[in-house]
Write a protein that binds this ligand. Sequence first.
Ligand code: AMP
Length: 284
Amino acid sequence: MPRVVESSTELRQKLLRAGQVGLVPTMGYLHEGHATLIRRARAKCDTVVVSVFVNPRQFGANEDLGRYPRDLDRDLRVAGEAGADLLFHPDVDTMYPPGYATTVSVGGVSGPPEGTSRPGHFDGVATVVLKLFNLVQPHRAYFGEKDWQQLAVVRRMVGDLNVPVEVVGVPTVREASGLALSSRNSYLTDEQRGRAVILSRALGAVQEAALSGELDTARLRQAGLDVLGQDPEVDLDYLTVVDGDMRERGRVENDPMTRVLVAARMFGVRLIDNLPLWPEGDPA
Ligand code: AMP
C-alpha cells in the first residue's frame, strides 16, 4: 500500500533521497487509465507519487465539483497495485490557504474548444499542476491523452516557464467497447455507458474518413456528426478537428498531432474523448 501524505512538509521529507521521482496528478476515483499512467511511471522512476486532489479551481460554478466521486480506499488499492509509493492527498486549505491569490494562465492552446466551453478551467489546471510540480519536484510527470488539450496546456506551460520536468503523454485506455475510461463514467448506468460508446464511434468514423484520404475538415466533421445524430440523447458541445496548436483549419495535415476532439453531454454527464486522425506509424 502506498503511504498517504497530506501535508507539504511531510511530502518534502518523504522525498529526500527519493532518486528519480515520477508524478501522476489525478482527481482520484482511480481506474485502469490512471493505473496505466502509474505503471508507466513505475517502469522509469525510483519513486512514484500519485496526487489525489479534486481541484475546485478547475470546476465552473455549474459543474460537478460537489458530486465528483471520491473513494480514498479504492485509490489506495489501485495506486498500490500499479506500484505507487506515495499518495499525496492534500486538502483544499493546504493547496489554497486563506489569502491565496495567484493564478497561472496559459495563452494560445487554452482557448477553443475546451477552454471556451469551460471558461477558467485551464487556469485552474495550470495553477494546480504547477503547484504540484513545485511541491513534488518530479523528474517526470505523466498525463493521459484522454485530456488532449490539457496535455497541450501543460506542455506549453512547462516550455514557457522552463519548468524542469519531462512531460510524458500516455495513450487513452478504453473499455473493450471503445468507451474511454473516466471517473465520470461512474455517473452512468451500464445501459447508459453502452449508449455513450457512440462518442468513440463518431471519432472512429472521422478517423476512418481521414484514413481513406479525406482532408477537408467540414467533410471529416460531418462523418462524425452523422454518427452522433443517431442518438437523440447526445447533446453535442463540440466535435472539431484540430492541429497541434488546437487550431481548426479548412483542410487537415497528415500529421500525428492532428486530432478529432469531441465533448458532449449524455444523461446529464459531460464526456470528452479524442483520437489521432492518423495513428502513429500509419502512412495513409
Ligand atoms: P483525472 O483524475 O480525470 O483528472 O485524470 C488524471 C490523469 O489521468 C489525467 O492526466 C488524465 O488524462 C489521465 N486519464 C484519465 N482517464 C484516462 C484514460 N482513460 N486513459 C489514459 N489516461 C487517462
